[in-house]
Design a protein around this ligand. Sequence first.
Ligand SMILES: Cc1cc2nc3c(=O)[nH]c(=O)nc-3n(C[C@H](O)[C@H](O)[C@H](O)COP(=O)(O)O)c2cc1C
Length: 228
Amino acid sequence: MKESETYDYLLGLVKKRRTIRQFKPDPVPDGYVEKIIEVARWAPSGFHTQPWEFVVVKKKEVKDAIVAALEQYAPPITNPARIPTRRSFRDAPVFILLLAEWRAKVGLPGHPEEKNARVTALYNSSLASAFLYMHLAAASLGLASQWYTAASSPDAERTIKAIVGIPEPLAIYDMMVLGYAASTPNPKEVRALDEIIHYDNCGPQDFRTDEEVIADAEKTWAWCMTQH
Ligand SMILES: Cc1cc2nc3c(=O)[nH]c(=O)nc-3n(C[C@H](O)[C@H](O)[C@H](O)COP(=O)(O)O)c2cc1C
């Protein structure tokens, strides 16, 4: 494949990956979950510490218990105008918990024993890279996925860890909801390339004003709520 074709293929896959929040209950084919985690295994991580573990949840009773915990402690943000007709993450056949293995921090420079700000930043970036690889891999297999970040909020995390049996040193980074899409996402609006690229010597005039940031945030909030 020529470089331009590789780039076009990558950009196509990146555009194909969209957050889906309504899932069909149809099962994910055997082997697809392993393919997704195989891609994540090759993600970059701070000092190659690979501070991750993956818990795949497929059993109905375990999924139901996680759904109940999330509904109690970390319900999905929903647009009331859309609720009655909707499926949701509850209907997806697979959840994958991406866990942070904090003990691996001794592989970072200085071999830190405490969880300090630098460790947390490196871990969040490492785990985000693995998580994004998972979502791209899912999209490449024709599957739909959702980040369910609130699974790592304190009460939800404590409850889910107990349900699944995750020992104390490990923490939930995020939960991937995986399955087949029961909805089509709205076209995505992204900021213009010439607005976000800056070269060499920049000054405040090259960046948005406070008012522009707020106006854009109002637009993205409104856009997001059409998806929830
Ligand atoms: C760090 C992060 C956390 C997110 N958490 C959630 C979440 O908890 N629930 C959810 O439905 N979507 C979540 N999303 C998805 C974003 O809302 C979504 O990526 C964004 O609206 C752009 O839409 P797209 O993914 O379809 O391109 C998260 C995305 C990121 C990067």
